[in-house]
Design a binder for this molecule. Structure first.
Ligand SMILES: Cc1cc2nc3c(=O)[nH]c(=O)nc-3n(C[C@H](O)[C@H](O)[C@H](O)COP(=O)(O)OP(=O)(O)OC[C@H]3O[C@@H](n4cnc5c(N)ncnc54)[C@H](O)[C@@H]3O)c2cc1C
Length: 233
């Protein structure tokens, strides 16, 4: 009896956690760099560039959060993700094929752009919300600083280069040449004498990167209220 009650409670918990999620059919999953993938499914909602969604494996309790990388008017929702070795969801997502099913939520989050000037600062897959902003036409007065390990870690660079030109800085911690800044995003920011006052500074990436970057910006005179962060924990 006790065991039965436990199962009942557990099932209710699973349902609650997956409440509001809808089953969607995968259009494609493509590996674009080592252990980095782009997953697509047909868009069934309106969203603002920079927002996130929850994704969950059918039957698994806990959804995970992902930034939408596609533009607001594109027909498919695109998610950029890297596989976490011991992860519960990402190894499963990487193995999905056209026609497989996953659960997705409506969009949420407030890491959204304004029409005003901004610096976008991203690490790794943290580039996704900025790809969405770019693909939604928000490129005027924007500077993008993207950190990655190797020359092929700059996802969506083929779209950013023509749109942003010299306002797109790729910081590679392992590679050099090919117009790359050799060093991390934080090294690049430390090397700048004066950061402009006025733009909003959008940070997206790991907790470590966001906290370190925020401290550098504040040290260089950027107001706390001008920094908008999205942490991939
Ligand atoms: C607001 C928000 C937006 C996000 N957007 C994205 C996105 O667009 N793309 C994306 O790839 N991820 C994103 N994430 C992270 C994502 O939600 C998952 O945490 C990640 O994909 C791991 O899921 P998993 O189930 O495979 O691993 P889990 O089962 O959750 O984790 C397994 C183990 O790995 C550790 N771990 C989790 N993530 C990492 C990591 N990145 N590196 C090393 N160890 C890790 C965990 O602490 C745990 O010990 C976002 C997170 C947040 C909070």
């Amino acid at each position: 009896m006790l065991c039965y009650l436990y199962l009942q409670v557990f099932n209710v918990d699973q349902e609650n956690m997956q409440e509001g999620l809808r089953e969607v059919e995968i259009v494609s999953v493509e590996e674009i760099a080592d252990k980095v993938y782009i997953l697509e499914f047909e868009r069934f909602f309106e969203f603002e560039a920079g927002q996130i969604i929850k994704l969950a494996w059918p039957g698994e309790a806990k959804p995970r959060l992902y930034s939408i990388a596609s533009g607001e008017k594109q027909p498919n929702i695109q998610i950029l993700f890297n596989v976490v070795g011991e992860g519960q969801l990402t190894p499963m997502m990487a193995g999905m094929r056209h026609g497989d099913k996953i659960l997705a939520s409506m969009p949420l989050g407030k890491f959204t752009g304004t029409g005003g000037p901004a610096w976008w600062i991203a690490q790794g897959t943290g580039i996704a919300p900025f790809a969405s902003m770019l693909r939604s036409g928000q490129t005027h007065n924007k500077t993008l600083i993207h950190g990655g390990r190797y020359h092929n870690s700059f996802y969506y660079q083929d779209e950013f280069i023509p749109m942003l030109g010299e306002r797109y800085i790729r910081c590679s911690s392992k590679d050099s040449g090919d117009s790359l800044y050799h060093g991390r995003v934080t090294d690049y920011l430390k090397s700048i004498d004066h950061l402009p006052v006025g733009p909003l500074y959008y940070l997206c990436g790991s907790a470590e990167m966001v906290v370190e970057t925020r401290d550098i910006l504040i040290e260089k005179g950027v107001g706390f209220g001008e920094i908008v962060s999205e942490i991939y924990f």
